[in-house]
Design a protein around this ligand. Structure first.
Ligand SMILES: C[S@@+](CC[C@H](N)C(=O)[O-])C[C@H]1O[C@@H](n2cnc3c(N)ncnc32)[C@H](O)[C@@H]1O
Length: 262
């Protein structure tokens, strides 16, 4: 099994990563319009999670296959499907070995997924296999708000200092890495910002994302190392923000996708 299973956060995923009301619909409309997806087109999403991207598309009648290694993420999604007419095939499987026939889908999506998978090339290879020639791959770059970026960078520095090992097990090559592997020139792709919205959080709220191990870059670290890193993080935050943990930081979140013809 390859990849970071989100089982540990499944019950809190939507509360901590969910899109604000209406943003999910804006994203679905944007994807369908930009990609010119015809009715009945079959979608596949490896690493579907709780269906942040998938559900509003499936609710519009598109057949949707969702793959995930986390049974608990899939069961959260199944609950949300109850009472809707959405058609989804949800399969607990590894994105590097899709249990699906060749050329069986029209559009593939990955969102916040490749960075979780060491063999991310294997996921891309499988996408190329199950999507029909002439189909589309929609690559979503990981959505981390600028707000959290300074905290993520500090966390990575602390990980180096305390020898915590690698925080990301998967891909970190961005769009260029994806295109290089697929052999698709940048000029034949289209990148669009599907949604943007304001976000704000206090220093204390950002620290608690780490203290409570909400973010995946916290999950692989042994407890003793973790405690030291967390103390370092709090010291850094107090120095950096003059001890005012109630300071409110404001920023913007965006969801950006690139349409890649296959
Ligand atoms: C950050 S979540 C993103 C979920 C969803 N796409 C979204 O945008 O909300 C990454 C998901 O990928 C799943 N995952 C990680 N490695 C995987 C693999 N090798 N095959 C299938 N799913 C995987 C995790 O369990 C998790 O549900």
């Amino acid at each position: 099994m390859s990849g970071v299973s989100f089982d540990v956060i499944a019950e809190r995923y939507d509360a901590t990563r969910g899109f604000p009301i209406g943003v999910d619909e804006t994203i679905a409309s944007g994807i369908l319009a930009a990609a010119g997806v015809p009715p009945g087109a079959r979608f596949i999403e490896p690493g579907i999670g709780t269906g942040r991207f998938a559900l509003p598309i499936a609710k519009r009648g598109y057949p949707y296959t969702g793959i995930d290694i986390s049974p608990r993420m899939l069961s959260q999604l199944r609950r949300k499907l109850d009472g809707t007419a959405a058609r989804m095939d949800l399969i607990e499987a590894d994105g590097t070995a899709l249990p699906l026939p060749d050329a069986s889908h029209d559009v593939a999506i990955t969102a916040g997924m490749l960075h979780c998978v060491p063999d991310w090339r294997g996921v891309l290879n499988e996408i190329c296999r199950v999507v029909k020639p002439g189909g589309l791959y929609i690559f979503e770059s990981e959505t981390t708000t600028i707000l959290r970026r300074a905290f993520d960078i500090e966390w990575q520095l602390l990980a180096l200092e305390y020898g915590a090992g690698r925080l990301h097990r998967g891909f970190s090559g961005g769009l260029e890495g994806v295109l290089a592997h697929l052999g698709v020139p940048r000029a034949s792709t289209t990148t669009i910002i599907l949604a943007r919205w304001p976000v704000q959080a206090t220093i204390e709220e950002l620290l608690s994302m780490f203290r409570e191990r909400i973010v995946s870059i916290c999950w692989d670290i042994p407890d003793d190392v973790y405690e030291r890193m967390m103390r370092g993080m709090e010291l850094w935050a107090d120095e950096h923000y003059a001890g005012r943990r109630d300071t409110v930081l404001e920023s913007e979140a965006t969801v950006t996708v690139t349409l890649i013809p296959l």
